[in-house]
Write a protein that binds this ligand. Structure first.
Ligand SMILES: [Cu+2]
Length: 292
């Protein structure tokens, strides 16, 4: 038969060890919440959040970022509260005295009602709150410019994805974008030029497999689906270039579909089109005749 003194000592040792492990877990859960919040707080300054300089460069992109931050705050508050309760319970369990009574619970009806209704209300709030952003992203009649005015986006180009490049068709200078190719259309490859400061529309197509038009800094992403012509609208708030990518694994050369989107002032856009048109239709012969 085991010596009762020895058994008592052994239980004491185990309970000291269990208490230490309990405290360790408690600190782990609390610290993980503290570290997560600290990282979230500083991440935008460290540019860990979003590509480029961390800012959205389109009106819809700014709204999408605002939604992201709203959801992040809701999730962060829930996470911190959960971790704090978990840490407290573990700490309390690890430091409870042998003479204290342990609390046994077989569930609480009120608590269950609360933690069902509160998340449902939060989800309903997010669903209703984001309706306006979704409408601007997907419903043409709801597009607003940077000043909040309803506008009709101007069709500027047809963007056709193909393995493995972007072919872009613009109308001739001074003409609207024709639905079908015309002899005087202007073409570019892997360079999309658009006027900045107002909503524009591109028609997205694919010649072969499924691709995805993605401009991370504008927060614009749209699949290009075979046999469909999909209108994509957005504005570009600055006159500069942005990475334009394919976000669908479309084949062995998918990595090559890295292109550029250029935002121009109206004047620079018109100049670019003029130059592109002259360059495209110059056969070298006509120019030499004109020079003589
Ligand atoms: Cu691709």
């Amino acid at each position: 038969m085991a010596d009762p003194v020895e058994v008592g000592l052994r239980c004491g040792w185990f309970s000291v060890k269990a208490n230490a492990v309990g405290k360790l877990w408690s600190l782990f859960f609390v610290l993980s919440a503290v570290i997560s919040v600290a990282v979230c707080w500083f991440a935008p300054d460290w540019q860990w959040w979003f590509p480029g300089d961390g800012q959205a460069h389109s009106t819809i992109g700014k709204r999408i970022d605002a939604l992201f931050y709203l959801i992040l705050v809701i999730v962060a508050v829930t996470f911190v509260a959960t971790q704090a309760v978990l840490g407290y319970v573990l700490w309390r369990g690890a430091t409870i005295k042998p003479e204290e009574k342990t609390l046994f619970s077989h569930g609480s009806h009120s608590l269950e009602v609360i933690w069902t209704i509160v998340p449902a209300a939060v989800l309903l709030f997010i669903a209703l709150y984001q309706l306006d952003v979704w409408a601007q992203f997907r419903i043409k009649g709801a597009i607003k410019d940077k000043n909040g005015h309803m506008v009709k986006p101007e069709p500027v180009a047809e963007v056709t994805a193909r393995q493995f490049e972007w072919r872009i068709r613009y109308p001739a200078v001074g003409k609207p974008l024709p639905p079908k190719p015309q002899p005087d259309d202007i073409y570019s490859v892997n360079e999309l030029h658009v006027p900045s400061g107002r909503p524009i529309e591109i028609t997205l197509r694919t010649d072969d497999v499924q691709h995805a038009f993605f401009v991370p800094e504008l927060r614009i992403k749209q699949d290009a689906v075979a046999s469909l012509e999909i209108p994509v609208w957005h504005d570009v708030l600055e006159n500069r270039s942005y990475d334009m990518l394919c976000a669908e694994l479309c084949g062995w050369g998918h990595y090559k579909m890295k292109a550029k989107l250029f935002g121009h002032s109206q004047e620079d856009f018109d100049d670019w089109k003029e130059r592109a048109s002259v360059e495209q239709f110059d056969d070298g012969f006509r120019k030499s005749i004109e020079e003589k």
